[in-house]
Design a protein around this ligand. Structure first.
Ligand code: BGC
Length: 783
């Protein structure tokens, strides 16, 4: 199986088993296809594992304070016994253990050499994938070789519905220090599943579970096909678990190979009564075609995806690997076929943040999809459209008009932010106060339409989002008669160290921009598609005077600004707070909290968790001059602790824009290695998927210098001296653009129907691109 793998620059590898990093590896080695994700746990499990399969959009709130992305039944489980000894990393001696995630074809390979107390050596080799060609299919090949003995081998292949989600963290040690084998057992757990059906018919196993609160049926049908006829084959059924056990007698040196196929369907996608039949149909089709056919079909889809989104850094293999790692995880995080599912903050690779959806989607992840797979971007935005009813309920529950997107959103769009930290010690206010998310969603809609020219999406869905959220803003904004302006009080900006602040510049400026854009779209629709506009206005009862009101309120929103220094003030009175210097950095080169400070007592200081004003100058590039960007970067960068993984990539991008290239490179590495080196210390909870997307943005928008300026593609690249070339692809208005940047030149190939023409800006020049003909522009980079 090893020979099936691509070169090492397409791989993430593990060598040896170490329990202290095993849960981090489980996250990194997740396989998936947007419909589901399965953590990279060993097939047989181990004490201390944190295994999980997450089905996109399957949430349940039973037994937990807020709704969870359900830790769904396990399809992977295969346990091998050799002469009665269980082959696992704790029962046996491990002579060698290697795994490789092949990112090019989305498969995880493993080889472990076990020895028992009698010195009998058995090799287990496996290959697993969640098929991208048939998203409801998971496949696992297991090969068992009796290396230096002849003996009895049993292979037990199961579907296990006995799952739970982590709920609350125990508070009896501070800081808690638990042995890795038991640390998850210390948590309080939430039960989300109950059994509906369990059968062990001769040709396949079937288990159906149902989420207790939301009532979603999850059906799993499985067959395990051995390469040699077993001596005995026993079906095992227990509560919430079905299995088949096969017994073989192996000669010395002989192997048995078993191919496990699992079909997974849910009543989210089909009527509940069809789930079982569909599982059997998919399973029968793929078992008939066999392992090689499933693998080839999966590979083909992966190759197509990579053709659109690979990023290569010549001269820095680690950067290429980190880029591919980020892209791989983005590719398995989103389901372009499901307009009712989105991407949780930890994707489908772990339970951190309970699978909830944040602003991370529109501001961090969406650009990757918009510019490489616009159909996936559209599905992600349709989730926002489909959760508008929830957003309307949030607004009215809070006493406002229109629609207010949840800071943390799940299946319905209702606000799902927990009120307390998992240890129960600290109140979380973001659900009440981090309101900028509604403008971020609008920003996502507008960026998608600008890059794709998908006007139909705007007419059918986007405009309604913009209008309803505009109504929220004008009812949330208060008129301050003393200053004759509109204010937003009691908010949290992107920097979550500061709660209950007034007039956060990011929030106010984004709300202002949002209102102006919504009024513009209204006018454009009135001119170009009055019928679509009439439909929306009828549906939401929009009065023709409202858009004028949005535009006039926008004009009068207060934005705190220190004109003498050219600095946007992060929020009112921020500059009066204590200016505490950062004096220490940790082993990963990340700033430490100054002595005496932690996440919860920084309200009175100028220290930031993550960029706030710098973020604003990045996402609204047309609205700030170069001098303003530089002044604000210079002020806020040294005060930022990067305690969110979302932070470094933005500093990398803006560092390049303002000429702080040394730090920009350092920030790029911090972002690129967030999970690969676990530099936030919590990769075991799942991928920092926004940071992965930030890494892609740092390559394309930072080093590639790409911005959408006044609706046009513009590039201002900079490469570090030892990067000889940066290559990436972009999708633009239905066509593909491949981009190459060296120190001397930037070149483009536009593909699309002949006659297609585009213009882009490179620095101060305009370059005309004609489909099928390469174009280039000379560059002069400062080092
Ligand atoms: C960050 C937020 C982010 C959330 C989920 C928090 O730590 O401060 O900006 O949305 O994590 O990734």
């Amino acid at each position: 199986m090893h020979s099936l793998l691509n070169d090492t620059d397409w791989r993430i590898e593990e060598s040896g088993f170490d329990i202290s990093t095993a849960n981090v590896l489980e996250t990194l080695l997740t396989v998936g296809n947007g419909y589901l994700g399965t953590r990279g746990t060993l097939e047989e499990g181990f004490k201390g594992e944190r295994s999980g399969t997450y089905l996109n959009g399957v949430f349940d709130g039973h037994d937990s304070p807020v709704i969870d992305q359900v830790n769904a039944p396990d399809w992977l489980s295969v346990v091998v016994h050799a002469n009665g000894v269980r082959l696992d990393v704790q029962t046996c001696q491990i002579l060698s253990h290697r795994r490789a995630l092949d990112m090019r074809q989305g498969v995880l390979w493993r080889e472990t050499l076990f020895a028992d107390a009698q010195g009998r050596q058995t090799r287990i080799e496996t290959l697993r994938f969640a098929s991208y060609a048939e998203q409801r299919l998971c496949v696992l090949r297991v090969s068992v070789t009796a290396l230096n003995y002849a003996g009895d081998i049993t292979v037990e292949s199961a579907i296990d519905g006995r799952r739970f989600n982590l709920d609350r963290f125990p508070v009896y040690l501070d800081p808690p220090q638990f042995a890795p084998e038991v640390k998850w057992e210390k948590w309080a757990k939430s039960l989300h599943l109950r059994q509906v059906a369990a059968t062990t018919a001769p040709e396949s196993l079937y288990l159906e579970m149902q989420t207790i609160g939301t009532g979603i049926r999850l059906g799993y049908a499985a067959t395990t096909l051995p390469s040699v006829e077993p001596l005995r084959n026993i079906d095992l059924r227990s509560h919430e678990r079905v299995a088949e056990r096969m017994e073989f007698a192996l000669a010395q040196g002989a192997s048995v190979v078993a191919d496990k196929f699992v079909a997974i369907c849910t009543s989210r996608d089909m009527p509940a009564e069809e789930v079982e039949d569909q599982c059997h149909t998919i399973l029968a089709r793929h078992t008939a075609m066999g392992f090689e056919a499933a693998l080839a079909a999966n590979r083909e889809v992966w190759l197509e995806k990579w053709a659109d989104c690979d990023v290569v850094v010549s001269g820095d293999a680690a950067a290429t690997q980190a880029a591919r790692f980020s892209i791989y995880h983005l590719l398995i995080a989103a389901n372009g076929n499901d307009p009712k599912a989105n991407i949780g903050a930890k994707s489908l690779s772990g339970e951190g943040y309970r699978g909830h959806v944040f602003w991370d989607t529109e501001i961090f992840m969406l650009p990757f999809y918009i510019y490489t797979q616009p159909d996936v971007a559209k599905a992600l935005l349709l989730y926002r459209y489909n959760t508008l009813p929830g957003a309307r309920r949030n607004a009215s529950a809070n006493g406002f008009r229109g629609a207010q997107y949840a800071w943390e959103s799940a299946d319905t769009g209702l606000e799902t932010t927990p009120k307390w930290t998992p240890d129960g010690k600290h109140r979380i206010w973001t659900g009440e106060e981090e309101i900028h998310v509604s403008a971020d969603v609008a920003y996502g809609v507008l960026t998608y339409v600008a890059a794709t020219a998908d006007i139909e999406f705007m007419d059918d869905f986007g405009a309604e989002i913009l209008f309803e959220t505009s109504r929220f803003w004008v009812s949330r904004l208060k008129h301050d008669p003393a200053r004759n302006c509109f204010v937003l009080t009691q908010v949290i900006g992107p920097d979550e160290f500061h709660e209950h602040v007034d007039n956060n510049a990011f929030t106010n400026r984004m709300a202002q921009w949002h209102l102006v854009q919504a009024a513009r779209i209204y006018d454009e629709m009135a001119a170009h598609n009055p019928a679509a506009l009439a439909r929306i206005t009828a549906r939401i009862g929009l009065d023709a005077t409202e858009p004028r009101h949005w535009a006039s309120v926008a004009n009068e929103i207060f934005i705190p600004f220190d004109a003498d220094r050219g600095l946007v003030e992060q929020f009112e009175n921020y500059f009066t707070l204590t200016d505490v210097p950062v004096t220490e950095w940790d082993a990963n080169d990340m700033p430490c909290y100054p002595p005496g400070y932690d996440h919860f007592n920084l309200n009175g200081t100028q220290l930031l968790k993550q960029p706030d004003v710098i973020m604003l100058t990045y996402i609204l590039p047309d609205e700030f001059s170069k001098a303003a960007k530089r002044a604000n970067y210079t002020y806020y960068e040294p005060r930022t602790l990067h305690k969110s993984s979302l932070s470094p990539a933005i500093h990398s991008i803006m560092g390049i824009e303002v000429g702080d290239t040394t730090r920009a490179l350092q920030y790029f590495r911090r972002s690129a290695l967030a999970d690969l080196s676990n530099n936030q210390g919590n990769t075991q909870d799942g991928m920092h998927i926004a940071s992965a997307a930030g890494t892609w943005q740092a390559l394309v928008f930072g080093f590639g210098g790409f911005r959408l300026k006044h609706g046009q593609m513009s590039f201002n690249p900079w490469l570090p001296p030892d990067w000889s070339e940066l290559r990436f692809g972009l999708r633009w208005r239905g066509n593909r653009l491949s981009v190459r940047i060296s120190h001397a030149e930037m070149s483009f190939v536009l593909s699309g129907p002949s006659g297609t023409q585009e213009t882009v800006r490179v620095g101060e020049r305009t370059v005309v691109l004609n489909a099928g003909r390469p174009s280039s522009a000379a560059l002069r980079m400062e080092s």
